[in-house]
Design a protein around this ligand. Structure first.
Ligand SMILES: *[C@@H]1O[C@H](CO)[C@@H](O)[C@H](O)[C@H]1NC(C)=O
Ligand SMILES: *[C@@H]1O[C@H](CO)[C@@H](O)[C@H](O)[C@H]1NC(C)=O
Length: 493
């Protein structure tokens, strides 16, 4: 008995030590540095004020291959590049200087046709494209200048060349427009891709069709802030962000009708909203879709969030900016505080977790940057201010309410196991033959819950994801089956 008690105590101690942080810190900075072409040019930029190390604040991240992208808005002077990356092969950790992406010329401000002015969130897609919205602005608040229009830039990640620049139509924006978030919705093919952009201060949702090279704008009262939710306490500061409307966006996997659900929430709000991409993709619905937008429950108090993402098996992660934490929700469960959980929290290292991403390996990436302190007071540059974390999604949700084990589809889905040769042309999901320890992500079937009135079909198609790491390289596949057979298979890379 006594031995058991001692053992139990040790277990409790170990458990507490481990529970401090499931996210692993990969990078940390006191202030940002950039990789200049040579030391002389760097000195010159420092002398001229083209580079002011303390003026840079990283806000967005994205992982693709050996690159970790980091965006730095030009809110103050002296930001040499707004779209940058870290070479994960050369600098897997530490405080690396940021490399302009794809090059210096593309990062030139006020060069509207060729350059980028200010970039916030960025998104890489499984077709190997990087989606970058340039706001065309320099400065913030009442110091903002607008040398260029809003323009969507798409880069080919294999050639690192820009393959498209689309200028938003004047009707897509208004005098208050501020767009900082983007979500990418790929349909049956890479051509069939839509971008959704949230206009936080102009209260709109702009849709861009890659195939049609065309955009349109939805307006809805669900994009407005909640007047009761404009008070914030973060990083020891109290401030009011009362006008902030629709902000973070997350797309679900496919629903049975072949469309996804776009989840969104205004920043000054605790409430979640949703709409089908079937509506958004149809430009004729712009004037006629009020009742197609749905509202879900409110999150619990301290439920402000600016960034969210949903995994391919329906797990949503969202930053909880008032709690120095990242939250989760499994979309097979009702959207109520009871079914929300925190995957990690840290009152020092996670002050303002500005962006949350899930990559194609199902690894989660989080950046924290103390943004309110930077904007409203001042950062302490003797202290670590910016951090980037990484951890496998399954480890982060383990032990939380978001870890849903029940096979939610009729068939037990253990396809991880069939190996790459399961690829196309199987009419029914395969049965596991053997366990493959090199598969990094064990897929789950999903269906969407019928509690929120958002999606309702148990007979929904199933997606399988495989990622294999072999000495010869990486392979990732995504396959979709419906009850009538396989719909498609796609390679991640
Ligand atoms: C801009 O706003 C800041 C505070 O947000 C204020 O101190 C400053 O006077 C304003 N400047 C102008 C030109 O309005
Ligand atoms: C897309 O539209 C823009 C107009 O903003 C035009 O400049 C561009 O050439 C078009 N691109 C394609 C591929 O059609």
């Amino acid at each position: 008995m006594r031995i058991f008690v001692i053992f139990a105590v040790i277990l409790v101690v170990l458990h507490n030590a481990e529970s401090v942080s499931k996210l692993q810190e990969r990078f940390r900075w006191k202030e940002l540095d950039f990789v200049f072409p040579n030391a002389q040019l760097k000195q010159r930029a420092l002398a001229s004020g083209d580079y002011v190390p303390r003026n840079g604040l990283p806000v967005g991240i994205e992982h693709y291959g050996n690159k970790l992208f980091v965006s730095v808005p030009r809110w103050k002077d002296g930001i040499p590049a707004t779209l940058t990356y870290i070479d994960l092969d050369k600098t897997p950790s530490g405080s690396p200087a940021l490399i302009p992406y794809p090059d210096w010329a593309t990062n030139a401000p006020e060069d509207c046709p060729n350059g980028l002015n200010t970039v916030y969130r960025i998104k890489a897609d499984i077709c190997g494209r990087l989606w970058v919205l340039d706001t065309g602005t320099l400065g913030i608040g009442n110091t903002t200048r607008n040398p260029c229009p809003y323009a969507l830039n798409v880069f080919d990640l294999s050639t690192n060349r820009r393959i498209r620049r689309y200028v938003l139509r004047p009707e897509d924006t208004n005098a208050n427009t501020f767009i900082a978030n983007i979500a990418i919705d790929i349909g049956a093919t890479c051509e069939d891709t839509y971008a959704y952009m949230s206009d936080e201060l102009g209260y709109g949702l702009i849709v861009y069709s890659w195939e049609k090279n065309k955009s349109w704008r939805f307006d809805h009262s669900y994009f407005f802030p909640d007047p009761l939710r404009g008070d914030f306490n973060i990083g020891g500061l109290n401030f009011q962000w009362g006008e902030e409307g629709i902000f973070g966006l997350a797309l679900s996997p496919f629903n049975t009708d072949g469309f996804r659900t776009l989840y969104f929430s205004p920043l000054a709000s605790h409430r979640e909203f949703a709409v089908s991409t079937k509506v958004l993709r149809d430009e004729t619905r712009v004037e006629d879709s009020y009742h197609d937008f749905t509202f879900l429950e409110e999150r619990s108090p301290l439920g402000h969030t600016t960034s969210r993402v949903m995994s391919e098996d329906g797990i949503m992660l969202f930053n909880l900016i008032d709690q120095n934490a990242v939250g989760c929700w499994h979309s097979s469960l009702p959207y109520t505080p009871r079914y929300h959980d925190v995957i990690d929290r840290d009152d020092e290292a996670l002050i303002f977790p500005a962006d949350v991403k899930i990559d194609f390996n199902n690894d989660v990436w989080v950046i924290s940057d103390r943004m309110p302190n930077f904007l409203i007071s001042e950062l302490n540059y003797k202290d670590t201010n910016f951090r980037i974390f990484q951890a496998p999604l399954h480890r982060l949700i383990s032990g939380t309410i978001c870890e849903v084990h029940i096979p939610m589809h009729g068939r037990l889905n253990n396809l991880a196991l069939a190996g790459p040769r399961m690829l196309p042309h199987h009419k029914t999901p395969l049965v596991a033959q053997s366990y493959n320890p090199h598969t990094s992500h064990v897929p789950k079937a999903y269906y969407f819950n019928n509690h929120n009135g958002v999606n309702l079909d148990v007979q929904s198609p199933v997606e399988y994801h495989q990622y294999h790491s072999t000495p010869a390289g990486h392979y990732g596949y995504q396959t979709k089956y419906s009850p009538v057979g396989q719909l498609w298979t796609r390679r991640y890379w």
